[in-house]
Design a protein around this ligand. Sequence first.
Ligand code: GDP
Ligand code: MG
Length: 288
Amino acid sequence: MQINWYPGHMAKAKRLLQEQIQRVDAVIELCDARLPYSSRNPDLGRMLSRKARILLLNKADLADPAATRNWLKYFSLQGIECASVQSNKNTRDVLKAIERMTQEKVERSAAKGMKRTIRVMVVGVPNVGKSTLINRLHGGAIAKTGNKPGVTRANQWVRVGDYLELLDTPGLLWPRLDDAEAARKLAYISAIRDEVLDTYALACGLLDDLTELAPDTLKERYHIQDMTLRGAALMEAVCRGRGFLLRGGEVDIERGCVVVLDEFRDGKLGRITLEQPPALHVEEENGI
Ligand SMILES: Nc1nc2c(ncn2[C@@H]2O[C@H](COP(=O)(O)OP(=O)(O)O)[C@@H](O)[C@H]2O)c(=O)[nH]1
Ligand SMILES: [Mg+2]
């Protein structure tokens, strides 16, 4: 599986980010609530060191709420301040979190008789909702958004109120690409480009994963009866179930692939989280 992150890109992105981190008061890190581990940048933590920060599990409306609660617990136990959000809807809590994170600095300036502008950087892998969050906080469209990676091209400062500025960063941060499974799931959520992956392989992989993650959806929406089907056979059954047929009765696999991926991305297959946190506590697992 080929992915278009090159070591040169990564080194440059890292350098830029390190420069910017020094200029901001706090950092908002966004990850995708459907893939909270694999959609985080593996090097960000080290780069931030002691900078005030919060991790937002965004697109919570598309993720399984119980899984999101477990992830929040998991990150909290690691001492990471975190919250779940839907950045295209409700961001009041995010503003409150920014105030909390920067309160000390504001008070220190106030003691010297100054009212300083707080600068916050929004970072995350492509398509995680950074520009959407900024627009929402700003109260109107100002940062460009789009349901594909790479819409934000340049760094952009956005003023929110008199004393807050947000920095939108292009989707320069690479996600965790250490294994093929993580890469595949990142492609499901459009965090890496479709074109670099084979749509057919991707859609078949998603269907295979759905046999475990959402078997009822497969039964109801795609009319799958034989839950032992996998790969090409499962895709064919989905096409037949949905009536994606070409003239002559052959299945329209191409259409099937596009529909399956689109429906998952739009949340039409239900609220599905693609990875679970490691077990929190043995006691909890045993229901004690
Ligand atoms: N369902 C849902 N979609 C969202 C949410 N936040 C952003 N999006 C969508 O995700 C896509 C990518 O958003 P964008 O802000 O451009 O991501 P960026 O690349 O991180 O700046 C857009 O189509 C947004 O409408 C959310 O909380 N829920
Ligand atoms: Mg953007």
